[in-house]
Each structure stands twice: as C-alpha cells, then as structure tokens.
Design a protein around this ligand. Structure first.
Ligand code: ZN
Length: 480
C-alpha cells in the first residue's frame, strides 16, 4: 500500500505546505460483500489508511444504495464529485473500486473528473488506483467490468426467474417452499422461515433418516392431505427433490455448485442434510425403495448354504422365507420373523442400548469432515476472490475443477450415517411391541438391517419344528 502518488500530492513537489485532504466514500449495497462488509468497516479501514499516510479527512460520504446496478442516483457520490471538481480534496479514499463505480459510464466520467482535478484515488483493497496512466485506467476498467459482469449476471438471473414465474403463472415471484419474503423496515427483502412448511420439510427428513422409504413418506403426506409446494398430490420425486435442496441447509448454489452460505435461515442442520444426501444416494436404498419389500426379512436374511438372499414363497400354502437361488433352505415366515423381532427387542432393551449407536466420531471420520469443511472454505474463498475481481472466471473454473473432486472424495469418506434417529422411540419404549408394530415396514427393516445379519442354515432333514439354533445371527458394528 505504499502509494506512489501521481496526482496533486505528488505534483506539489517540495514539502507540502498543508496536510493532504482526503475524502472517504462508502457505499452500502445488498451484494454479498456488502453484507459482509458493513459501512462501518469500510469507513474504519479508510480512516486507518488515511491515518497511516498522515492525511486529513475532510469529508465522509456514505450512500445507501441497495442495488449496485440500479442506476439510482447517489446523492453523496454527487457531493463527492462536486468536491473533487472544486479542488476541495486531494485524495479520494474508498474500500474497493466498485464501491465507487457501478458502471463503465460512471467510471469514465470519474476518470475525467479526477484527472482534471489532479486528485489521487486510493482504495483499501486495490491500493492506489493510478488513473493518470493507461495501465491504471485499464486496470480500473477491468476491475469495473468484472463487478459489472457480476451485477449483470445477477440481473440476468433475476430476469430469468421472473420469466419462469410468469410461465408458471405465479405473478408475485416464485418463493422457495419453506420461506417467504419479507420487506424489512430499511427496504431490503429478507427470506423468513414459514414454520408450517419448514415442519413438513423436517418431518420428511426425520422419516427418511429413520429409515422410512420415500414411498411410505409420500403416501403419508398425501393421506394426511398436507398441501404440496405445487398444489398437486405429493410424488416420490417431489419429496426427494424438496428435502435434498441445498437451501434447506442454508447453502447458496451458483450455477449448480455450492458457493457459500445463503442469507436465509436453514431449515435442516448441515449434518442432517448431508446424511440425507448420503442416504438417498445410497444404491442399496434405491433398490429397496424401487420395489418396496413386503416382508420384514426378504433380502435381509441369507442362505447359509449358497449365500443367496431369502425371499418369501408359499410352501404348502404357508408363507415362508426360501433361498432365492436354489431353495437350499426354507423357514416359515412367522417363525423367523418372531425370532428376529425378539432379538431386536432384547437388544434394544439392554441398559447400554441408549449409547448403542452414538454417531461414529472416529478419527478418520473427523478428519474427513474437517477436510471437507476446509475444501468448502477454499471454494468459498475462490468465489469471493472472483466476486472481488482478484481472479477471473477462468481461474475460478480451474480452482473449482481442482477442488470439487477432492471435496466429493472427502465427503464420501465422512459419510457415516448416524443411526440415532432410526432407533428413536424404540430404545427403552414401554410398550415395545406396540411401538414396533406401529412403525412402517421400511423402518422396521432398516432397524433389523442396522442391528444384525441373519444366516439361515440347513436343519436336519425332515425337521418340522423351527430350530433357532439353525439361524446364525451376527451383531453389526457397535451393536455387538
Ligand atoms: Zn441357497
């Protein structure tokens, strides 16, 4: 920030008779940097810079300009330019160049005015802005065009969104299900959570995390007559898309990629949202929701002879689990179900059951989570740098292309489902059997699948009675 000043201060040659007079310009806008960088911070940084240079601040000009691209008049900026033309200031101080200008046209007239007056321009972010050289002006124009590109991009998106709303017949703008827009007293628009809708999103998330299928969740929403975002009956894909929205976790998406935190309140916490994303993209889950299993243990119990999954078949009119490959083993469904449910109940009744499935906080997982967090931070930082004009679009693309796969990989390693919601209400339940029977089949299956493995072995030929000894149970993971 050692400014080689070229304007009035430098040209005055010999020791200045008076202390250079500085004018500070701050602008409040609703862009992301604007939110992160309140006017007070802009002002403080500029004053600090002036102090370091030993300049006297003769004026502070602050415009409240919520849209950087509105073309709305800025009265304080106009006053600043009057001071510049009247040679009442020697240096203009701003936080960064695009606080000063919102368009190339504004930049050009600014250049003319400061050159004519021999005024220096210094910004906290970009250092001295030497508009007296071709390089300096080019830099200023390029920085300005990036800021403008951002603004144009933003208005383009707004326009497209409006068009979309128009075709969808929503005259007042499409709001996201779960939030509504509210105008704050200072004129800004904020998205606030609609409690009833947020509750629906949370309920879907809870049910899915508890192991219920998309199908049963969807059916329940329709059965209860809960209105869907589209006003039509709920569909599986609609439920899935709704609950997986990044914005539920307060994340902002730009062109298909998460670029940072949104300016709204989250409905789901980040950890649960990631669990959902992992759960719903789990291929095992997809098949089980494709054709909802009609029986507690089909596909979960395996044949002790060939290893194939058991499926239900009729055996002399009695529903039975049977080896689906070669019919090596067969058991009456009612017997095997009763055995397994009894085991699950017993396991969950144990005093240590509460701590049975604490989230896996293994070292590896914590490391993976931290790594993913750090990579997200780097992506956010790159997006900020781009927004600040420090890097160009191609650089941003390169950084993103490099970090995305690393992030996906780290997220993959960190995806260990927290089974706590699955067992919610089951551990220590007073009327356990009733609670169990009231759960949807998909959730009961998920509980079984979480707790144990079942291998059905051959019994002595001709044995008519059910032999629990011929069923091998393995406790899974921390259930052991
Ligand atoms: Zn078999």
């Amino acid at each position: 920030m050692t400014a080689t000043l070229t304007g009035r201060i430098a040209r005055s040659g010999a020791p200045l008779a008076e202390v250079p007079r500085a004018a500070v310009y701050c602008r409040i806008s609703d862009d992301r940097r604007g939110l992160g960088l309140g006017v007070e911070r802009q002002r403080q940084d500029c004053h600090e810079l002036a102090r370091r240079h030993g300049w006297e601040i003769v004026g502070t000009y602050i415009d409240n300009d919520v849209s950087a691209y509105s073309g709305k008049p800025r009265p304080q900026y106009a006053d600043l330019m009057d001071a510049v033309r009247a040679a009442a200031v020697d240096v203009v101080l701003a936080w960064d160049p695009d606080r000063l200008h919102r368009s190339p046209a504004e930049l050009e007239s600014f250049i003319v005015a400061v050159e004519r007056a021999g005024v220096d321009v210094v910004t906290v972010q970009a250092g001295e802005w030497d508009l007296s050289t071709a390089n300096g002006r080019l830099t200023a124009r390029l920085l300005g065009s990036i800021a403008r590109h951002e603004s144009e991009h933003k208005s383009e998106r707004v326009r497209r969104a409006l068009e979309q709303n128009a075709t969808a017949g929503r005259p007042h703008g499409r709001r996201a299900y779960g939030w509504q827009r509210q105008r704050t007293p200072d004129g800004a628009v904020r998205e606030v959570v609609v409690p009833e809708e947020a509750a629906v999103v949370r309920r879907i998330a809870d049910a899915l995390l508890a192991g219920e299928s998309l199908r049963s969740v969807t059916a329940a929403l329709n059965a209860e007559g809960i209105p869907s975002p589209a006003g039509k009956p709920w569909g599986k894909n609609m439920v899935r898309a709704l609950v997986l929205r990044e914005r539920n976790a307060g994340l902002r998406v730009h062109q298909g990629e998460i670029v940072g935190d949104g300016a709204w309140d989250a409905i789901l916490d980040r950890g649960r949202w990631e669990q959902l994303r992992a759960a719903l993209s789990d291929p095992g889950r997809r098949t089980s929701t494709g054709t909802a299993a009609a029986h507690l243990l089909s596909g979960l119990a395996h044949c002790g002879v060939c290893g194939a999954a058991l499926r239900v078949a009729q055996n002399r009119g009695i529903p039975s689990y049977r080896c689906s490959a070669s019919g090596c083993v067969i058991r009456r469904k009612v017997d095997l179900d009763r055995l397994i449910v009894g085991l699950v109940a017993a396991r969950l009744a144990r005093p240590d059951a509460v701590s049975l499935f604490v989230p896996d906080d293994s070292v590896e997982r914590s490391a993976a989570l931290a790594e993913a967090e750090q990579l997200r931070g780097r992506l956010d930082h790159a997006a900020d740098q781009y927004a600040d004009g420090a890097i160009d679009g191609r650089q941003l693309e390169r950084i993103t292309a490099k970090l995305r796969p690393l992030l996906a990989e780290a997220e993959g390693r960190s995806r260990v489902l927290d089974p706590a919601p699955l067992l919610d209400g089951l551990v220590g339940a007073e009327h356990w059997a009733e609670v169990w029977e009231s759960l949807p089949l998909s959730r009961r299956r998920a509980v079984v699948d979480t707790l144990l493995t079942i291998t059905v072995n051959r019994t002595r030929q001709g044995a008519r009675t059910f032999d629990p000894e011929a069923v091998a149970i393995g406790w899974k993971g921390s259930a052991a």
